[in-house]
Design a protein around this ligand. Sequence first.
Ligand SMILES: Nc1ncnc2c1ncn2[C@@H]1O[C@H](COP(=O)(O)OP(=O)(O)OP(=O)(O)O)[C@@H](O)[C@H]1O
Ligand SMILES: [Mg+2]
Length: 370
Amino acid sequence: MSDALQHIEAEIFNRLSRVIDPELGRSITDLGMISGVDAVPRPDDGIDVTIHVELTVKDCPLSETIIRQIDDAVASYSDATLVPHIEVSSMSQDKLAGLVADLKAERRQNPFTVPGVKTRIFAIASGKGGVGKSSVTANLAATFAAMGYDTAAIDADIYGFSLPRLFGVHAQPTNLNGMLMPVTAWGVKLMSIGMFAGADRAILWRGPRLQRSLEQFLSDVWWGEPDVLLLDLAPGTGDMAISVAQTLPNAELVVVTTPQPSASDIAVRSGLVALQVPMRVRGVVENMSYYDHKGERLRIFGQGGGQRVAQQLTSALGYDVPLMAQLPLLPEIREVGESGRPAVLNQDGTLTGTPLAAEFKSLAQQLMQS
Ligand SMILES: Nc1ncnc2c1ncn2[C@@H]1O[C@H](COP(=O)(O)OP(=O)(O)OP(=O)(O)O)[C@@H](O)[C@H]1O
Ligand SMILES: [Mg+2]
């Protein structure tokens, strides 16, 4: 083969090394997905370039993205007229098993307990149900992502999961030989039991359920190393938070309450779990604090709940547990949320200019201050 053709093959391979597999976050050449590049002269002076691509899973949902990027990489070569041919197949079981084993070895059991891990973990809890934990989790995650943080969120509420609906996710996580890829929506890597159907869901529901499914979500999912991980906990005052503290010792608790006393009393108890396990309570969010109606601020659910929870937790725990946000009662939170887009985001995934988005941004900033 001529040096010129060899040079083209090497050049193309080099360019392909910059194509990143969107799920694994690694270069497709590092992952062994390019099994050959063949350059052959054509009668018309051009050069046929055949690229053999081995996808990790057949009909991988992101294969179109990868192939488009491969096309672009070939097109970026301008010293000759190249005619690309992309031959797609899937990896052999052996090769895939080797790849997954390599990735797993790199990653230890639960990636979030490795010393020095940069991920900040916030578990969103409340005593009472229906106070807006999931809405707060979804909008906060979307806000972090829009602010440029690599963000992940887990629906730890295995019976009352709601993140798939709030993020408009209908896809199933890709299963790569037992390693699950989170589904990305609105810039957030998501994992929820609600994304699994039938038998897969039954498997996740087996055993001592809460802790086991959380552990599975942490160790069997390819998370990379996100800047922020949010957990939407089930309502209740004990079990779930204790499992979280045991599984994720550096998780910090954020307590959501509504303004009325009945909700705030239970919210205090959900924070007091920090007396039993070494988990820091980071702050309190009061949801449905007020409703602005024709220039008048109506306190539909009374007032003072958030402040009360913050004060009681501060005195019980012996460190400052601030009230970090008071969020309005806003029909859009429900309406936009149910349409599959967190209310703080525009269609293009940027933060809206609304006071609500500003509140969430301020909450995100406070949480990231050590
Ligand atoms: N600030 C708000 N303004 C208007 N509607 C809201 C607000 N926060 C939450 N909601 C609505 O209230 C309902 C309950 O909220 P959400 O599901 O987030 O609560 P939750 O605490 O996660 O509930 P559960 O305990 O069932 O998990 C939803 O219909 C949601 O859209
Ligand atoms: Mg919920």
